[in-house]
Design a protein. Structure first.
Length: 285
C-alpha cells in the first residue's frame, strides 16, 4: 500500500513538472517567434550588426522551446508511467539537443561581448567590417555547439570517457563566462571615459544603454544557468553527494535554465525601443 501511494505521488509530481514545462515551452516559442517576426517586419533592427548574434540567440531559444522541453516532457511521462515505452533514441537525442541549444546560447553571448568591445575600442574598423565576417562568426558559434553536442553523444555511447566531455564543457563554459564579464567590464570602462570627457554624448548614451541591455541579458543567463551546472559539477566529482540533492531541487534548477529562453525576448521588448515599437505595431494590426 505504501509503495502504491509513493508511486502515485511520484506520478503526480512528474505530471506537475510536465504541465509546467509545457506552459513554459509555449511561452518560449511564442515570445521568440514574435522576436523573429520583429526582425522580418523592421529591417532597421538588422542595421545594428550585433542583432545578428541576437537573432542567432533567438534561434537557439526556439530550439529549446520546440525540441528540448518537449523531449524532456516525453521522458517525464515515461518516468511517471512505466507502461509508456519510449524509443531508445529519445534520451540521447534529448541530451544532445539540450547541449547543442545551450552552447549556441553561450557562444552567441560571448560573441556579442567581443563584438561590443570591438565596436567601442575600434569604431572605425567596426563600421567597415563586412557582413560576411559576422556570418562566419555565427557559423563558428553553431559549429562549436555541434561539436559539443557530438562529444556528449559520443560520451553517452561510451566512445569517449566522461572526463573528456566534462572538461571540454567546463573549460568552454568558464572561458565564455570570462569573455562576457571581462568584455562588458572593458565596454563599461570605455563608455565612462567617453561620458567623462563629453565625447559624442548622444552616441555614448546609446552605447551605454545598449551595453546595459546586453549586460542584463548576460547576467540573467548566469543566474539561470549556473545552479544546474553547479549540480552537474557536484555530480561529476561526487555521485554520492548528488544523490543527496532533493529531486525537486534538480528539476527546479533545470526549469530555471529553460526560463532563460523566455527571459531573452522579454528583455529585448522592454530594453530595445525598435523591438518594442515593432511588437506594438503587431498588436494594433
Amino acid at each position: 500500500m505504501k509503495t502504491t501511494n509513493h508511486t502515485t505521488l511520484y506520478s503526480q509530481e512528474m505530471l506537475s513538472w510536465s504541465v509546467t514545462n509545457g506552459i513554459l515551452a509555449f511561452a518560449i516559442v511564442s515570445g521568440n517567434c514574435l522576436i523573429l517576426a520583429a526582425f522580418c517586419k523592421n529591417q532597421r533592427l538588422l542595421r545594428m550588426r550585433t542583432n545578428y548574434f541576437i537573432l542567432s540567440l533567438c534561434v537557439a531559444d526556439l530550439i529549446v522551446g520546440l525540441v528540448s522541453i518537449p523531449l524532456t516532457i516525453c521522458e517525464q511521462f515515461a518516468y511517471s508511467d512505466t507502461s509508456i515505452k519510449l524509443p531508445r533514441f529519445i534520451h540521447p537525442l534529448s541530451l544532445t539537443v539540450d547541449i547543442f541549444s545551450g552552447f549556441a546560447s553561450i557562444f552567441a553571448l560571448a560573441m556579442i561581448a567581443l563584438e561590443r568591445v570591438f565596436c567601442v575600442y575600434f569604431p572605425h574598423k567596426h563600421k567597415t567590417t563586412p557582413r560576411s565576417t559576422y556570418f562566419s562568426l555565427i557559423a563558428l558559434v553553431w559549429f562549436l555547439s555541434g561539436l559539443m553536442a557530438s562529444l556528449r553523444l559520443l560520451q553517452f555511447f561510451k566512445v569517449l570517457g566522461i572526463t573528456v566531455f566534462f572538461y571540454a564543457m567546463f573549460c568552454l563554459l568558464l572561458g565564455s563566462l570570462l569573455i562576457m564579464l571581462l568584455g562588458y567590464l572593458c565596454v563599461w570602462r570605455r563608455v565612462r571615459q567617453r561620458t567623462k570627457y563629453h565625447f559624442h554624448h548622444r552616441l555614448t548614451t546609446q552605447e551605454k544603454k545598449f551595453a546595459v541591455t546586453l549586460l542584463i541579458i548576460t547576467a540573467t543567463f548566469i543566474v539561470t544557468w549556473m545552479p544546474f551546472h553547479v549540480i552537474n559539477i557536484i555530480g561529476y566529482f561526487s555521485v554520492k553527494t548528488l544523490l543527496g540533492v532533493p529531486f525537486t531541487v534538480i528539476k527546479s534548477t533545470k526549469l530555471l535554465q529553460f526560463c532563460n529562453s523566455l527571459a531573452n525576448p522579454i528583455i529585448y521588448t522592454f530594453r530595445i525601443r525598435d523591438f518594442r515599437k515593432t511588437l506594438a505595431a503587431f498588436t494594433k494590426t
